[in-house]
Design a protein around this ligand. Structure first.
Ligand code: C2E
Ligand code: MG
Ligand code: MG
Ligand code: MG
Length: 283
């Protein structure tokens, strides 16, 4: 190995860098096209009431369909969208498609309860008036009451500048939209600041849910998080619930809502509607 160090390794490094840069540029170009052609899909993952297992609402999750029929996951293109500013038109499309789905459910007598939309820091930082405008445009175009819409913002995004986040969210929340703090437990929240944020729901991250088991230390952490949330008058949602055992433990802990493959994977439009029909989510 040592023989190949020095110049050779440097050249290889440089070649692979430019390949990576080229791939990034190609991906940016295709993402731009996908946005222009409205080719991104929005899937919906049902959320249920923890105590009863009854349907409560859904989270909207982006998917980027490829010519071979597969999807690129959001973790692979959201960061690119954020870097290039494409997250702004993409975010507007997500709001639009979510309100359209809410309207479709309302019209067909299916109970949509609510749809939660993920919002990036880039979408509200320094442009909260524009975000408010996008939200109210989508709601009024589809005649959807704001109470049916929820926004999910990650703990890390909120904590970058809690004061600024609080100011933008206060206006949005005043309209009746609910705010959830997403991926809770993956950042390092200042609990004082957390208690002062205008939020309604705390989403316990998948990694916590997966740590649940027989008397694991994870159990104690989650139990405390749920208690803390309830003291702060927040509802709790556990993400990534995959087993009956996780459901049972979360039920014993008094968690409010659940989301995960145990109940359903994220579903495309027509499959989501069918799921709602099969699960008796009627008005
Ligand atoms: P998130 O908001 O925390 O979404 C939950 C993620 O957990 C989703 O991944 C979902 O498919 C996955 N999940 C649901 N149930 C289970 C389960 O039982 N087990 C496991 N292992 N995973 C489960 P997904 O769809 O790949 O999305 C990843 C992240 O991308 C989201 O995390 C969100 O931060 C971001 N994202 C997705 N759609 C949007 C969007 O429209 N706008 C923005 N800004 N971000 C988005
Ligand atoms: Mg989310
Ligand atoms: Mg999450
Ligand atoms: Mg996440």
């Amino acid at each position: 190995r040592a023989k190949h160090s020095g110049r050779n390794r440097y050249v290889m490094y440089e070649a692979s860098m430019s390949k990576q840069v080229r791939q990034q540029l190609d991906m940016e170009t295709s993402l731009r096209q996908a946005v222009a052609l409205e080719a991104l899909e929005l899937h919906f993952q049902p959320k249920v009431d923890c105590a009863s297992g009854k349907y409560l609402g859904a989270e909207a999750l982006l998917r980027w369909p490829q010519p071979d029929g597969r999807y690129i996951a959001p973790a692979e293109f959201i960061p690119l969208a954020e870097r290039t500013g494409l997250i702004i038109p993409i975010g507007d499309l997500v709001l639009e498609a979510s309100c359209k789905m809410l309207r479709q459910c309302l019209d067909s007598g299916l109970q949509p309860c609510s749809i939660a939309v993920n919002i990036s820091l880039k979408q509200f930082r320094g442009r909260s008036a524009a975000l408010e405008q996008s939200i109210s445009t989508a709601l009024s175009r589809w005649h959807v009451p704001p109470q049916l819409l929820s926004l999910e913002i990650t703990e890390s995004a909120l904590m970058e500048n809690p004061a600024e986040a609080a100011a933008s969210l206060n206006n949005i929340r005043a309209t009746g939209i609910t705010i959830a703090i997403d991926d809770f437990g993956t950042g390092f929240s200042n609990m004082m600041q957390l208690s002062q944020l205008p939020i309604d729901i705390l989403k316990i991250d998948t990694s916590f849910t997966h740590s649940l088991g027989d008397n694991t230390p994870g159990n104690q952490v989650i139990r405390s998080v749920i208690e803390l949330a309830h003291r702060l008058k927040l509802k709790t949602v556990a993400e990534g619930v995959e087993t009956e055992q996780q459901w049972q433990i979360l039920k014993d802990m008094g968690c409010d809502h659940l989301q995960g493959y145990l109940f359903s994977r994220p579903l495309k439009d027509e499959d989501f509607i069918q799921w709602l029909q099969e699960h008796g989510a009627q008005d």
